[in-house]
Unconditional design. Structure first.
Ligand code: CP
Length: 307
């Protein structure tokens, strides 16, 4: 039963609950018109303390397509945050006006800290370089669409594996399924943090390798998850400039890839996937964008407990 719960960490949902959510997501994709009134009279608040296109718009589109309404801010400076209001007071206040809240915050752990002040379900829409659980739902739903399963795959994650919160959440999520192995492709400075390796991969004895060259491993992959170098999380510009062009996936590199490889990217992209790849049938990232809206529709409906 998901009604009334928060969704802050990818592991807040059991595998059975995830299956239920994906089943509902599939039903919404198939019969969207059957869901256009399920959230009549309900209000979603989107509190975005950091920039976003996909996450905020997909949450808002999801609620509107379910018949509900939307309030919120994308510029915290336009709210009483600018006058020094605490996160807890903001969440408690917005709980009075809304039925469910989606919040993106630059501080890692902000939703864990803030949820006690919230009297309605709180969804983590990304906290610093930590987690992005609804992107993970989007990624899982897309992997299910592309591969029809979650297990027995070789999953390559490429780019900024240090600051990329979607990477951390996806490793956590895919580690819950059997017989997956990970290939972690990054420059030395942008490797997956040790706490993910120790607390997730090593703890569960999940096989993984760390390499620097995508070309050396691309032929082995079933899923390739490309990521952007996260400029906003670097402490100095020079490091960003040195590392920003580390990887560019183009059709030449894809020549050695499997015919049924699924290429995902949480987006936005900068230049790490050449535009020429967009029309390749293995490119799933724009279908992934749409899946993000459908799975957020399913999540909102489940957390609100609407039929
Ligand atoms: N994937 C993602 O989180 O995109 P936005 O930053 O545009 O929301």
């Amino acid at each position: 039963m998901l009604k009334g719960r928060n969704y802050i960490d990818p592991e807040d949902l059991s595998l059975e609950e995830l299956d239920e959510l994906f089943d509902l997501g599939k039903e919404i994709v198939k019969n969207e018109k059957d869901f256009i009134h399920v959230c009549d009279g309900k209000i979603l608040a989107t509190l975005f303390y950091e920039p976003s296109t996909r996450t905020r718009f997909s949450f808002e589109a999801a609620m509107l397509r379910l018949g509900g309404g939307v309030i919120g801010f994308s510029e915290p400076g336009s709210s009483s945050v600018a006058k020094g209001e605490t996160l807890a007071d903001t969440l408690r206040t917005v709980s009075c006006y809304s039925d469910i809240i989606a919040m993106r915050h630059p501080k890692e752990g902000a939703p864990q800290y803030g949820h006690n002040a919230c009297t309605v379900p709180l969804i983590n829409a990304g906290d610093g370089g930590h987690q992005h659980p609804t992107q993970t739902l989007t990624d899982l739903f897309t992997i299910l669409s592309a591969k029809g399963k979650f297990d027995g795959m070789t999953i390559g994650l490429c780019g900024d594996l240090k600051f990329g919160r979607t990477v951390h959440s996806l490793i956590k999520a895919m580690s819950r399924y059997s017989n997956n192995k990970f290939v972690l492709i990054s420059p030395d400075e942008l490797k997956v943090p040790n706490y993910i390796k120790e607390q997730v991969l090593d703890k569960k004895s999940i096989p993984y390798t760390e390499v620097e060259r995508l070309e050396d491993v691309i032929d082995d992959l079933d899923v390739l998850y490309m990521t952007r170098v996260q400029k906003e999380r670097f402490f100095n510009e020079a490091d960003y400039v040195r590392l920003k062009d580390s990887y560019v996936l183009d059709l030449e590199k894809l020549k050695n890839a499997k015919k049924d490889l699924a290429i995902l990217h949480p987006l936005p992209r900068v230049n790490e996937i050449a535009v020429e790849v967009d029309d390749d049938p293995r490119a799933w990232y724009f279908r992934q964008v749409k899946n993000g809206m459908y799975i957020r529709m399913a999540l909102i409906a489940k957390l609100l407990g609407v039929k």
